[in-house]
Design a protein around this ligand. Structure first.
Ligand SMILES: Nc1nc2c(ncn2[C@@H]2O[C@H](COP(=O)(O)OP(=O)(O)O)[C@@H](O)[C@H]2O)c(=O)[nH]1
Ligand SMILES: [Mg+2]
Length: 154
């Protein structure tokens, strides 16, 4: 793929990015606030929410996007509308965009889906809750099919 990491995870602070990474990787434990990028081997880059929401960090976000094959954008079902410019995530060519509505155990996902559409995410959107293992499995299976996660047992 020519990219150093398979995908990065972005979204506002508290969206559930780090919890989603742990759920996908099957690593459990207490999730702490992500203060700087966290790298899971050559697979995942887990970014702090500020990379998305603080305008002065957006150049850092864009350079991280240059290093990945895909961007997983996490938006919580109980979240609102954020001041992220539509199209921001599409400015780097040849990067796949994947939407995740997180925390679907807390609220109806419809509003978050609309927000993902407003941000210009063309790709698939997965509805996930860390409390619903099947919802995580659907995303994991898809990421494996796309070569973004190693197959089971690898
Ligand atoms: N109810 C519920 N809470 C979640 C879910 N995912 C994450 N959380 C909680 O949301 C909070 C923020 O999660 P975290 O993964 O640190 O978010 P991040 O800032 O985007 O990395 C933590 O208290 C998590 O336990 C979910 O699917 N459902
Ligand atoms: Mg985090």
């Amino acid at each position: 793929m020519g990219k150093r990491w398979r995908f990065l995870v972005t979204g506002v602070s508290g969206a559930g990015k780090t919890s989603l990474c742990s759920a996908l990787l099957g690593t459990n434990g207490r999730v702490l606030k992500t203060q700087s990028p966290v790298f899971h081997g050559d697979l995942i880059m887990d970014l702090p929410g500020e990379y998305l929401t603080h305008p002065h960090l957006r150049t850092a976000l864009l350079s991280c996007i240059e290093d990945v094959a895909a961007v997983v954008f996490v938006h919580p079902a109980d979240g609102g509308v954020y001041h992220v410019p539509p199209g921001l995530l599409s400015t780097v060519p040849n990067v796949r965009l994947v939407g995740v509505v997180s925390k679907t155990d807390l609220a109806d996902p419809a509003a978050a889906r609309a927000e993902l559409a407003r941000l210009g995410l063309p790709g698939p959107v997965f509805e996930c809750s860390i409390h619903r293992p099947q919802s995580i499995q659907r995303l994991r299976d898809w990421l494996r099919e796309q070569g973004m996660l190693p197959a089971e047992g690898e």
